[in-house]
Design a protein around this ligand. Structure first.
Ligand SMILES: Cc1cc2nc3c(=O)[nH]c(=O)nc-3n(C[C@H](O)[C@H](O)[C@H](O)COP(=O)(O)O)c2cc1C
Length: 597
């Protein structure tokens, strides 16, 4: 399979080189990240691209959701330890360098991995529910751990198998000094363990095609959010590394750097004695992973951007760590709404992760302002990450309020420094937010819909081609924390996909030039109200009719894919923009439109 795919990748790369230049927007000699810019441009959803999309899922070629390594020795992970710290405290920033009383052992490592990527329960419709959400339930990320000697676990490189709650030993011995060099981070040498999060493009691309590379970071970012929260709840320091020499980390965990690639490292645990440096050659793994599917398909735009975003030297890694964003927060709006303190909840991380599952249907009921603040403000308090040393975040949060007690309906920008909502647009935007999220009733029915936006031009100037990756990862991180916060206070949440340029246009002029990276809807799950759980599309329509509003046809079904619908016909007009004004992908080669989500 690999040989076949390499030939594919080569062909894709040649094609891109020949055709790519002609498809680009107006590149300038000073463009700091042409590959990132191009990748984003060609993976935007527009009403026209979604409407024209004829893509159908090939179920006979669906990638396997789990990976295992035949012949590798396995280590069973003990029953998970209950971490009792309230979730709302655990999602606050973890002290990156604090010394802690807790010692990382096999038991605790198993708990952290379970809360990050474990199978928490069976899905009523079949399949497994895992600790984190993953678009389309495709779970494109894998977790590896590079450890020193821990109580009950010999030093090595391990792969986490969530279905079995066990580790597979991929390499014997202490590889932390090799990883420390690849990450250009001496603390990795002293940390008891570092988790490596990878993404397998085909797993997501099977459904999302070129846009899948974004999904890897969103879904992976959610896992990183859980891992940080779990480390915090266990009183262990932890820090995210988004800068590293890609090729060396990939090789260490056996990823080929094309079809599977490292997205982030998370250093965990109080520092111990540094492992001595010794020359160790990273040979190929002795075990092969099972095959993904009959015929994996390469997506050249995603591969191309990934190749351009790689860091090849310690100097390149240092440059990312030293990068600072210029001031770029959007201009202030006219009026602000003061916010209360976040809602408290004593729900433990363990309890919240075990009951988390994306909301499939919201009822149009309000949440409280304090609950909104928990979901909005706690995640934005910062993350210990190497690319956030010079700035607390790369993103800004906007929110459309449909029904929040004490907060008028409207569109807002969340000002972290002032703990306020700035009014960007006044009015009721249920239909509009449904439209912005590809016509999904989930957005229309939610109490509030959060949009994470980034000034990618600034980010690319600071972080070059790596910038989009880091911003997408942070979007996943914020979304992961928002999910945890919502379930901690007894509400529901779901990630949502969106029309890129339409979102910017809606929040402009305040968000002029900013790009949406991810959306999370928060609200009251329908299942909490007996007798109102709509099981089918027909009953959803009946319910909507009984409520007296016209339902938006859901275009997304995580299990069966997109339903062609009349999204564009429902496109509301805002700021003088109608659906006919919506532009498609620029350049001579039009992207094949993708399905929802
Ligand atoms: C980045 C992201 C985007 C998502 N987009 C959508 C969406 O557009 N519509 C939807 O109904 N669900 C969406 N979901 C929810 C997933 O379908 C859901 O996480 C997946 O089916 C797994 O189910 P679970 O979260 O209940 O475990 C999204 C999830 C993520 C993480």
């Amino acid at each position: 399979m690999k040989g076949g795919r390499s030939a594919h990748a080569l062909l894709a790369s040649v094609l891109w080189t020949v055709l790519g230049a002609g498809c680009r927007g107006p590149a300038t000699p000073t463009d700091p990240a042409p590959a990132a810019r191009r990748y984003r441009d060609v993976t935007k959803h527009t009403p026209a691209s979604v409407r024209a999309d004829q893509f159908r899922l090939d179920w006979s070629n669906k990638p396997a959701l789990y990976r295992s390594y035949a012949g590798a020795e396995t280590v069973a992970l003990p029953a998970t330890r209950i971490l009792t710290q309230p979730t709302v405290d655990a999602i606050a920033p973890v002290p990156a360098a604090a010394t802690s009383a807790a010692a990382l052992d096999l038991d605790l490592l198993g708990t952290l991995l379970f809360l990050t990527g474990g199978v928490t329960r069976a899905r009523p419709s079949g399949g497994d529910i895992r600790a984190t959400a993953a678009a389309g339930a495709l779970y494109p990320n894998e977790l590896y751990v590079v450890t020193g000697n821990l109580p009950a676990l010999a030093a090595g490189v391990y792969h986490y198998e969530p279905q079995e709650q066990r580790l597979s030993r991929l390499r014997d011995g202490d590889w932390r000094s090799v990883l420390a060099e690849a990450a250009d981070d001496p603390d990795v040498r002293r940390a008891p363990a570092t988790v490596v999060v990878t993404g397998i493009l085909w797993r997501s691309a099977w459904k999302y095609r070129e846009r899948a590379y974004r999904h890897l970071h969103w879904d992976g970012g959610m896992m990183v959010a859980h891992l940080l929260a779990a480390a915090h709840a266990a009183d262990l320091p932890a820090a995210v590394l988004g800068a590293f020499i890609d090729e060396r980390v990939d090789r260490l965990v056996g990823a080929d750097g094309i079809h599977e690639a490292t997205l982030a490292l998370v250093r965990i645990g109080a520092p111990g004695p540094a492992v001595a440096s010794k020359a160790m050659e990273i040979g190929p793994l002795a075990f092969a992973a099972g095959r993904l599917s009959r015929q994996p398909i390469d997506y050249p735009e995603a591969l191309r951007y990934h190749a351009a975003s790689k860091l090849e030297s310690a100097k390149a890694v240092q440059r990312i760590r030293a990068a600072r964003l210029e001031e770029g927060v959007p201009a202030g709006a006219l009026t602000s709404v003061a916010l209360p303190a976040p809602a408290r909840s004593e729900a433990s991380l363990d309890a919240v992760v075990r009951r988390r599952s994306s909301t499939r249907r919201f009822v149009q009921r309000p949440i409280t302002a304090a609950e909104l603040v928990t979901v909005l403000a706690l995640p934005a308090r910062g993350t210990p990450a190497d690319f956030l040393r010079g700035q607390p975040t790369l993103l800004e949060t906007y929110v459309i309020v449909n029904a929040v007690e004490g907060v008028p309906t409207g569109a807002y920008h969340y000002r972290r420094d002032a703990q306020q909502l700035e009014i960007v647009r006044q009015g009721s935007f249920r239909d509009t937010v449904g439209f912005l999220c590809l016509g999904q009733a989930l957005a229309q029915d939610a109490s509030a819909v959060l949009f994470y936006l980034a000034d990618l031009a600034h980010i690319r100037r600071a972080f070059s081609e790596r910038g989009d990756r880091l911003a997408e990862l942070e979007a996943g991180l914020l979304a992961g924390k928002a999910y945890l916060a919502a379930y901690a206070v007894g509400r529901g949440a779901t990630g949502l996909t969106f029309y890129d340029d339409e979102v910017t246009r809606f929040f402009s002029p305040h968000a002029e030039g900013w790009a949406p990276l991810l959306v999370v809807a928060v609200g009251v799950p329908a299942r909490r109200h007996a007798g109102t759980i709509p099981q089918s599309l027909t009953s959803r329509r009946r319910l909507a009719a009984a409520r007296g509003h016209r339902p938006i046809a859901p275009r997304f079904d995580p299990d069966i894919g997109a339903r062609p619908g009349a999204v564009a016909a429902r496109a509301p007009r805002f700021a003088g923009v109608g659906v006919r004004d919506v532009c498609c992908v620029r350049g001579p080669q039009r992207r094949a439109p993708e399905d929802a989500s």
